[in-house]
Design a binder for this molecule. Structure first.
Ligand code: F6P
Length: 359
């Protein structure tokens, strides 16, 4: 008998179901007796013992379904060691539920924060397999995370739509792209949709350079400009501050504007007098069906997770490394962030064709 627990934690994304399907089908087809315990709403389900017994059938027909059939929640890592409002030790509670159900392994799908807790549970002695989920693509140790290319599709479509209206009205348009503290999603969707200016956290922007790029386009006869702006984009004068001052400066911006894009719009408007519009696709970027690339990636990662469980090889993230599916020790990667290298080839290639990064 093989007993596995499975949960999805953190913000959802498109290929969570596709990945779980890969894991469970990979096990069901290769293990004699299988019991699957699906914990509801992320770590919450594991802490409070909220689970459903599932069969391989529950994972059929969900390859293309967005969201997660198990539900999810954000359980910040920094609060994991803090007792809950009833004095419950959450880490101990998770361990007890794992042992009570006599699980052989716990499969955890999630992003950076989720991965840190997965590693903590590994250090506490549980058999863990982590699968890297996020539209942000910021998980260290894997080339790619599932959800990323589906979100690239949606953000690119949003910028494509803006293109036709921007050109008709001779306006400056800012499309704000998700990505938390990193710029992968903005960089890829910006290039994919022909944005004129791409602003990402890893390349702090100089507003004078942004305005220069807009004016240059005007002089060349292009009356409109499209900016793909990461939600974490940062002005270079703020990026240069110490941690505490930087935090305060960003808080001040947040008091004045709904997000950084609106500050950039305000700065451009004041300087150029041009009409500016801001579009924020927001959580649409995490919605809908996974794109075919993500379906393939998720199926492969899920299938390898099943193999690792059958091999009883635990404590790893199942990752894509140089185009190959690999098992990467969780202890080597947990707590690290994969940011965009400002000197990367994608940026150099984009700059060569005239895309400005505001630097
Ligand atoms: O990590 C995925 C992500 O969508 C980020 O891009 C974004 O900053 C954040 O989650 C939004 O979180 P929430 O769903 O809690 O608003």
């Amino acid at each position: 008998m093989l007993r596995i627990g499975i949960l999805t934690s953190g913000g959802d994304c498109q290929a969570l179901n596709a990945t779980m399907r890969g894991v469970v089908k990979g096990l069901a087809n290769n293990a004699e007796d299988l019991e699957v315990y699906g914990f509801m709403n992320g770590y919450k389900g594991l802490i409070y013992g909220d689970y459903r017994m599932l069969t391989a059938k529950d994972f059929s027909g969900i390859l293309t379904r967005g969201g997660t059939i198990l539900g999810t929640s954000r359980q910040p890592f920094k609060l994991m060691r803090v007792l809950d409002e009833n004095g419950l030790d959450k880490v101990e509670a998770m361990k007890q539920n794992y042992y009570k159900l006599r699980l052989d392994c716990l499969v955890i799908l999630g992003g950076n924060g989720t991965q840190k807790t997965a590693n903590l549970l590994r250090e506490e002695g549980l058999n863990i397999i982590h699968l890297p989920k996020t539209i942000d693509n910021d998980i260290y140790g894997t080339d790619i995370t599932f959800g990323f290319y589906s979100a690239v599709d949606i953000a690119s479509n949003a910028i494509d739509c803006i293109h036709t209206t921007a050109s008709s009205h001779q306006r400056v348009f800012i499309v704000e792209v998700m990505g938390h503290k990193v710029g992968w999603l903005t960089l890829y969707s910006g290039i994919a949709s022909g944005a004129d200016i791409i602003l990402i956290p890893e390349v702090p922007y100089d507003i004078a350079k942004v305005i220069e790029a807009i004016n240059k386009r005007k002089q060349r006869g292009s009356g409109f400009t499209i900016l793909a702006v990461a939600e974490g984009a940062i002005p270079k004068e703020i990026a240069a501050l110490g941690k505490k001052e930087q935090k305060k400066a960003l808080e001040d911006i947040a008091k004045q504007y709904p997000s950084i894009s609106y500050k950039i719009a305000d700065d451009i408007q004041k300087e150029t007098g041009m009409e500016i519009r801001v579009t924020v696709p927001g959580h649409m970027q995490r919605g809908g069906s996974p794109c075919p690339y993500d379906r393939i990636l998720s199926t492969r990662l899920g299938s390898e997770a099943a193999k690792a469980i059958l091999d009883r090889d635990f404590g790893n993230m199942i990752a894509m490394v140089n185009g190959k599916v690999k098992r990467v020790p969780l202890g080597d990667v947990a707590g690290k962030l994969k940011t965009v290298d400002p000197k990367c080839q994608e940026i150099q290639d984009a700059k060569r064709i005239g895309i400005s990064f505001g630097d």
